[in-house]
Ligand binder design. Structure first.
Ligand code: PEP
Length: 261
């Protein structure tokens, strides 16, 4: 398990279903060739077939390796799935759980996300649990209720030490891959709801300890404004993570934000 400090600064790249193994290796080499920004942990989540190729490229560099999903069971007759033990065996430190493209595109419900969260923790992987409302839910005034439901379902009954070892990503569905970024104020309000929910359902003070990333159309252009908001501890970056220069600019903006906190 990565020993995270309280509210770590983290910039994570979710490469989604992009980059063949050789392309992923080339992007990873570009990333490690640049100096790592101080005070910010970098994480990349390539597709499964690229993990073993990217792993050795990160050796000796301060870039963590993560996966985009895992199955809740450690092994078994689950054709096409990948388990937590398989991820740790190839050197992953982190796994994304409950990304909206899996919740809404692959039918993952809150109960499935909760099981995957526990499976990740059991294997010593840091889960990044994604939560966020759809546009229809925001427009219907349901953002807070949705966040409370998703966070509640994921964390209720979770051992406190395990809960402390997680990272949350607030990813409004309407902002993912759309070019429509949440305002820092919208992200701030959502992050406060998430922290308050953690305090209520897990333990008072937990909300102040966990890192909450913002995700949804983060770019080098809008990152400085987002990271100026003290509630935002980092970013989960999709499209802009596919370009080394852009991803590193976002990380540098997070480092500037760190100094401002
Ligand atoms: C994501 O995939 O989690 C994401 C936020 O994507 P994008 O940055 O492309 O909106």
């Amino acid at each position: 398990m990565v020993p995270w400090p309280r509210r770590p600064r983290l910039v994570a790249g979710n490469w989604k279903m992009n980059k063949t193994a050789p392309e992923a290796a080339a992007l990873a080499r570009e990333l490690v060739a640049a100096p790592a920004p101080a005070g910010v942990r970098l994480l990349i989540c390539p597709p499964f077939p690229a993990l073993t190729v990217v792993r050795p490229i990160l050796d000796g560099h301060d870039v963590l390796l993560g996966a985009q999903n895992l199955h809740a069971e450690p092994s078994g007759a689950f054709t096409g799935e990948v388990s937590g033990p398989m991820l740790t065996a190839v050197g992953c430190h982190v796994v994304i759980v409950g990304h909206s493209e899996r919740r809404h595109g692959m039918g993952e419900d809150d109960a499935t996300v909760a099981r995957k969260l526990r499976a990740a923790l059991h294997e010593g992987l840091t889960p990044i649990v994604c939560v966020g409302e759809t546009l229809a839910q925001r427009e219907a005034g349901q953002t807070e209720a949705v966040l409370r439901r998703q966070v509640g379902a994921a964390f209720a009954g979770l051992d406190l030490d395990a809960a402390r070892a997680t990272v949350i990503a607030y990813e409004p569905v309407w902002a993912i891959g759309t070019g429509r970024v949440a305002t820092p104020e919208q992200a701030r309000d959502a992050h406060r709801v998430i922290r308050a929910t953690l305090d209520e359902i897990a333990s008072a003070g937990l909300g102040a300890q966990l890192a909450i990333l913002y995700g949804g159309s983060v770019t080098a252009g809008n990152a400085p404004r987002l990271f100026a908001e003290a509630e935002i501890d980092g970013a989960l970056v999709g499209g802009a993570a596919l370009d080394a220069a852009g991803f590193l600019s976002i990380a540098r903006a997070a480092a500037v934000g760190t100094r401002a906190r």
